[in-house]
Ligand binder design. Structure first.
Ligand SMILES: Nc1ncnc2c1ncn2[C@@H]1O[C@H](COP(=O)(O)OP(=O)(O)OP(=O)(O)O)[C@@H](O)[C@H]1O
Ligand SMILES: [Mg+2]
Length: 254
């Protein structure tokens, strides 16, 4: 029997009045948002509304022009400045395009961050990689190259990589983009399983409403650079907000 999974460390996110422009064009215009420890927040919005931009500010790949984002007691910038071994929790991002390194095998891709994060022996790393690939239903693919995998498999390898470092915060940008309905369901089930096992804090950007229904504790709707609607996962599908109604209707959910 495998050991019971250790619960993730609690991580809260506070997005406070965040503004971001490119070439003078505002994309985020005063975004405010709280994500509770251990919950899964889904960010919904049309194409080009700034979802990827927002998630890039949250993980600290870019810095807001104004406002701040805190992960527990630190700003994102302070968190990122800490050396790996001093970070109080672990954060990972699953990118819109899976961002695997094509010259590395599946096993090397999965263990990449792991080797940066902690000192484990080769044997331990092999064991963790095996376990994480099993969790995403890719047992035995260690020696394959990314080019040999389907889009859905690559996405699952990217998720296995986040699992390998036992992330306490996982951000997903369109985890089901370009996947067929069956794989979409699989990735949804996988995110759900991660929730159930370790309860990391998760932020999932998507315009896939069935996925939102499957995984969301809360849903935030981004439009014209602001959060215009914010509800529990259940309430969202009954929202009276006009934009949300239109969105749901266009997706034929209501
Ligand atoms: N680095 C950048 N430089 C200039 N403009 C940018 C940059 N990144 C994003 N933008 C602009 O910001 C806007 C929002 O982009 P973003 O990628 O966040 O959209 P999105 O909501 O993720 O859309 P999609 O659902 O298609 O992924 C777009 O108009 C885009 O052109
Ligand atoms: Mg995007």
């Amino acid at each position: 029997m495998s050991e019971p999974p250790q619960l993730a460390k609690p991580v809260t996110i506070a997005v406070r009045d965040v503004w971001k422009s490119y070439d003078g064009q505002p994309v985020l215009r005063g975004v405010r948002l709280e994500v509770l420890a251990g919950e899964t927040l889904v960010i919904i919005g049309g194409s080009g509304e700034g979802k990827s931009v927002l998630i890039r500010q949250i993980i600290g790949l870019e810095t807001p022009d104004h406002g701040e984002i805190r992960l527990n007691d630190s700003t994102v910038a302070e968190y990122r400045r800490l050396p790996m071994e001093e970070k109080p929790f672990r954060a990972s991002m699953v990118f819109q395009t899976s961002a695997l390194l094509n010259s590395l095998t599946v096993a090397e891709n999965v263990s990449l961050a792991l080797r940066e994060h902690r000192s484990a022996t080769r044997e331990e790393i092999r064991g963790i990689v095996r376990e994480c690939l099993e969790q995403v239903d890719l047992a035995g693919t260690e020696d394959k190259m990314p080019a040999e995998l389907s889009g859905g498999m690559r996405k699952r390898v990217a998720i296995a990589r986040a699992l390998a470092v036992r992330s306490d915060l996982i951000l997903y940008d369109e985890p089901t983009a370009e996947l067929d309905p069956l794989l979409t369901e699989e990735v949804g089930a996988l995110i759900r399983r991660i929730q159930d096992r370790r309860r990391p804090t998760q932020v999932v950007v998507t315009h896939n409403l069935p996925l939102a229904r499957e995984i969301a504790d809360h849903v935030a709707v981004l439009r014209h650079g602001e959060i215009v609607d914010y509800r529990t996962g259940d309430d969202f599908f009954h929202s009276e907000h006009p934009h949300t109604r239109n969105f749901l209707r266009a997706a034929r959910v209501v």
